[in-house]
Design a protein around this ligand. Sequence first.
Ligand code: HXC
Ligand code: NAP
Length: 297
Amino acid sequence: MAEAAGTPPDTDGDDCLREYRHLFSPDILAGRVAFITGGGSGIGFRIAEIFMRHGCRTVIASRNLQRVAEASKKLVAATGQQCLPLCLDVRQPQTIVAAVDEALKEFEQINILVNNAAGNFLCPASSLSFNAFKTVIDIDTIGTFNTSKVLFEKYFRDHGGVIVNITATLSYRGQALQVHAGSAKAAIDAMTRHLAVEWGPNQIRVNSLAPGPIMGTEGYRRLGGKFAKEANLLDTIPLQRAGNKTEIAHSALFLASPLSSYVTGTTLVVDGGSWLTSANNFPALLDFWAAGANQTQ
Ligand code: HXC
Ligand code: NAP
């Protein structure tokens, strides 16, 4: 299948793009600072890179300090912008407070929050432990609230800001083996609307961005992306392919920038039309899961 004209290039691993052609104005985020949870890998890493290529300074924060520190070195080398790597667990508010304090000490401002940190795995509801369901809700949903609330209290309430919540389309058709992540992301989309309403008067815009299957990511690997490609399942997507991280980062850039200055309380689906047409084949997914292809532990 021919690659669609206009698809931006990407790389599989957590490396910066070898070359980059600006589509948006290169200074569209000049003078801004973005705080990106889970920014050391996958989609969050690429969002950090694309923001930095548009003049933004970034904070990338996750549980594994070594991972964000290494990512930060690559990002600085590729873009020439500052990137502060910090350790936090979005389930622990005190670690978020410490990280935000550290970021404000370094940059004196934070203008953009990307709630990208998440945890997921394939598992049928019947096999999911109580703690497994709770763990995903804790990281995705409660983690998004915790981080948003800390940023609100520490900076956004008085200075305004932009929040981009990375969600998913899993709940739209009740994706099999995904009751935990689908429920978690649906709750975040609801949170997006609630916070957009309550915080709009503080000049805070809040939106969700829901990616489809995105190549070169942990999510793609865990949810059987390779299997879907080999079984030609990606052909059922209207655009007939998986997306790439740069495409998600470009949409995040739109939502974080003044290009979307009147957009709040909505979800931007970036999935090539996938959720409209892709099969939700419970028996096939169960077989895939039972074969252990998705083991993450
Ligand atoms: C079933 C599992 C499991 C699995 C863990 N658990 N992995 N259950 N299948 N594959 C259960 C454990 O047995 C335990 O329950 C509970 O979940 C908590 O597990 P821990 O390992 O103690 O949790 P923790 O160390 O906090 O790790 C969180 C995690 C882990 C989510 C389990 O995988 C992680 O850190 N993930 C981060 C990276 C990630 O997931 N990236 C992909 C995001 S992609 P018990 O009952 O035994 O105590 C994504 C895509 C969305 O979100 C949409 C795509 C279209
Ligand atoms: P990923 O690389 O595994 O990203 C998840 C990040 O979250 C990791 O950097 C991880 O870093 C961090 N993280 C996990 N738990 C955390 C916690 N408790 N506190 C702080 N950080 C935590 O996976 P990805 O595929 O790029 O996913 C990124 C986002 O896109 C997620 O929100 C995911 O749901 C969404 N998404 C992905 C796809 C896809 O196809 N990949 C599709 C739809 C939606 P540490 O391990 O260092 O903490």
